[in-house]
Design a protein around this ligand. Structure first.
Ligand code: HEM
Length: 336
């Protein structure tokens, strides 16, 4: 399977090879010009012609222009939630207020894809593979697309009264925050093309770091609209915290499964702290009781505990993968 690094060295099949014509020699008739497309005996290995649609960087192609089953699978994964929402809509499966339900679902998927995009760097280090880098842009664009659909559905829910929507966004704090997060996502999405990457050079990486404050704003928007029960928002915030804590690790520990496992309880405590702060500052619900409830598993683990379980699970899965790869790399022992 090709990856980012090796792809850069390989020629791009989407680009026809340029033949350098040699000067005609005296007395020798010039051979008929053979272009890369028309070389005899090479019909099966012809590079793509430059014209659309062959030259277009479709999302299922890798940087070398070849079909990538991994990218195609992830692309399918990004489209499935939208297809599911549409299918439920068509079969009256979204309840009595389908628009509201669709707004909630698209918002949730925007946050999920944002978190998945942030997971790419840790996975790359921990699983020691560059293949995941192939889908980072796709995941970020998916987050942006779901957030745009989310806004579109909100506008539809408000009967396309654009002035009213604009005034609501200005008046309601949680909508203002969501709007700023959406603007940020749109900016990152628009500048994610190869052309912008080249044009912005080093600044492109700096610009991409906006994803962290965008994540914070999106999660705050999630909390603010959640009313009494903030379990889902707390869980998403906990995963975001875990991803940020991993980034704070010294570089030499970032590839260590043990460091990740040790990060699990820290992420749990941090998530419980965020939940406590939310209840203490934004509600009249006794925050201390919520905090102690984390120790009570009678009604199942609370979001902070789930965050620890997820981080530990990822550490265990990566550890098992390493064992399998190490065993497969051992030379077979032949009997004498
Ligand atoms: C102009 C931008 C936005 C508008 C107008 C907007 C509007 C809304 C509305 C009306 C709700 C439902 C509130 C309710 O039912 O009381 C909502 C929920 C939500 N929004 Fe947004 N939003 C925006 C941007 C975003 C962005 C950028 C994200 C994430 C990246 C996001 C994620 C969410 C989430 C996760 C929920 C909660 C879903 C749930 O509880 O199931 N929103 N938003």
């Amino acid at each position: 399977m090709p990856n980012d690094v090796s792809d850069r060295r390989r020629p791009d099949p989407a680009r026809p090879r340029q033949s350098v014509p040699s000067p005609p020699q005296q007395g020798v008739p010039a051979p008929p010009r053979q272009t890369a497309q028309a070389r005899p005996g090479q019909a099966g290995r012809r590079p793509f012609p430059r014209s659309f649609p062959w030259s277009f960087p479709w999302p299922w192609r890798d940087r070398g222009g070849r079909f990538s089953p991994f990218k195609a699978l992830v692309l399918l994964g990004t489209l499935l939630p939208a297809a599911w929402i549409l299918a439920l809509w068509a079969t009256d499966g979204l309840g009595s207020r389908p628009l509201t339900e669709a707004i909630h679902r698209t918002g949730l998927w925007a946050v999920r894809f944002l978190l998945l995009a942030l997971l790419v760097s840790p996975l790359r280090r921990l699983a020691d593979t560059t293949r995941v880098l192939l889908v980072r842009r796709m995941l970020g664009v998916a987050a942006m697309a779901y957030a745009l659909a989310h806004l579109g559905l909100y506008v539809a829910d408000e009967n396309f009264r654009l002035l009213h929507v604009a005034s609501e966004i200005v008046r309601r704090f949680y909508l203002t925050i969501g709007f700023v997060a959406l603007l940020g996502l749109a900016l990152l999405g628009a500048t994610s093309t190869d052309g912008w990457t080249k044009r912005l050079g080093r600044n492109w990486k700096r610009l991409q770091r906006l994803v962290y404050p965008i994540g914070v704003l999106a999660l705050l928007h999630f909390f603010l609209q959640s009313k009494a029960d903030v379990s889902e928002a707390t869980f998403a915030a906990g995963l975001f915290l875990a991803l940020m804590l991993w980034r704070l690790l010294p570089a030499r520990w970032q590839g260590s499964g043990l460091a990740l496992a040790l990060l699990a309880p820290v992420a749990t405590l941090a998530t419980a702290g965020v939940e406590y702060a939310w209840y203490a500052l934004a509600t009249r619900i006794p925050a201390q009781r919520v905090l102690w409830a984390n120790l009570d598993l009678e009604f199942g683990p609370r979001p902070a505990v789930w965050v620890g379980i997820v981080v530990l699970g990822v550490a265990a899965a990566l550890g098992a993968r390493r064992q399998v790869l190490a065993a497969a790399a051992q030379p077979p022992i032949h009997g004498t």
